[in-house]
Write a protein of this length. Structure first.
Length: 136
């Protein structure tokens, strides 16, 4: 009897663990810095998100990563904003936004006029946000 209870307990524990793992969405934001400036003072603001890591500096010519996860079964409004200051005299900033509501995914970016921006599909678990210097 004791063996049956132990086996049943292990089986139920395994089911619970897999159910919890299946309900999580893991996302990595790739901050691709193709500008003439280092991105410094990385700051993340988030709502209903568990952040694993935020890279505080993304040197020019490199890619920084922001990794996070959330419970996709019960979310109502998931937001992640990551802001960097350009290492220049004017103190301009760039920002990436990742936002999920019950109606779907939305990505957007903000940057000064001398920086071009683009991103790929927000529903992908690896979203690439690219910043490039505009030709003067």
């Amino acid at each position: 009897m004791r063996t049956l209870v132990l086996a049943l307990s292990l089986f139920l524990a395994a089911l619970c663990s897999s159910a919890l793992a299946d309900g999580k969405k893991h996302v990595t934001l790739h901050i691709v810095n193709k500008t003439h400036y280092d991105f410094i003072n990385g700051n993340a603001e988030h709502k209903q998100v568990n952040v694993n890591s935020v890279q505080s500096t993304v040197p020019k010519g490199q890619t920084g990563l922001v990794k996070f996860h959330f419970d996709e079964d019960t979310f109502s409004d998931v937001k992640m904003y990551v802001t960097y200051t350009l290492a220049s005299d004017d103190g301009n900033t760039v920002e990436v936004k990742y936002h999920v509501t019950k109606s779907g995914f939305d990505c957007s970016m903000e940057a000064p006029a001398n920086v071009a921006t683009s991103h790929d599909d927000c529903s992908d678990p690896d979203v690439h946000y690219e910043f490039d210097s505009n030709p003067s």
